[in-house]
Design a protein around this ligand. Structure first.
Ligand code: FE
Length: 180
């Protein structure tokens, strides 16, 4: 498995890039799985592939337990539409699972998802703290999109912090999970 070094990503290229993941202390909300989940995704953090439509996006953050302790080897399974709002339902493009590193961090290399139907842009994720804990299904959203208000699944607590980078966008989000 190819794992990108998180410290490289957070190297001092800009003041905001040095921010460490914060723990909100509030348990991450569950949000509907929707119709496009496929089990059995490959283990990879680089979901981007040449030719996939959409602006390049890096999503990074930490998985914490309810006591705000970083969770090493937490499992995260991401799936999303491409920049044109389309899922790959035949294969595993823009689908992949990964595990947090020793400091509880994850990094996802992907594209900014597009809208489809009544859905505002979002990234789906299933995650769990460890092999014995239950799976939480949720979604990540993007700030200040007018389409957020027209999507009844939109949840303000699941909005990433977003900044522009030379190559695209960088999103930060940290999850807080119960051990249950
Ligand atoms: Fe979706």
């Amino acid at each position: 498995m190819e794992t990108m070094n998180v410290t490289e990503l957070t190297a001092p290229k800009g003041a905001t890039s040095r921010v460490s993941p914060r723990c909100s202390g509030t348990l991450t909300h569950a949000i509907a799985e929707g119709p496009y989940y496929k089990p059995g995704s490959p283990e990879k953090d680089m979901l981007y592939e040449e030719g996939v439509p959409g602006e390049r996006l890096t999503v990074t953050g930490c998985v914490f337990d309810a006591g705000c302790r970083p969770a090493a080897h937490a499992w995260l399974d991401f799936w999303q539409a491409n920049g044109q709002g389309r899922y790959d339902n035949a294969g595993y493009t823009l689908r992949g699972h990964q595990y947090t590193d020793a400091s509880g961090r994850f990094i996802l290399e992907t594209v900014v998802p597009g809208r489809y139907g009544w859905r505002t842009p979002h990234i789906h994720v299933k995650l769990r703290l460890n092999d014995n804990s239950s799976v939480l299904t949720t979604q990540l959203f993007f700030p200040e999109l007018p389409s957020n208000q027209g999507d009844f699944l939109f949840d303000e607590t699941q909005v990433v912090e977003l900044e522009k980078t030379p190559g695209g966008k960088l999103a930060r989000f940290s999850f807080v999970l119960d051990t249950g």
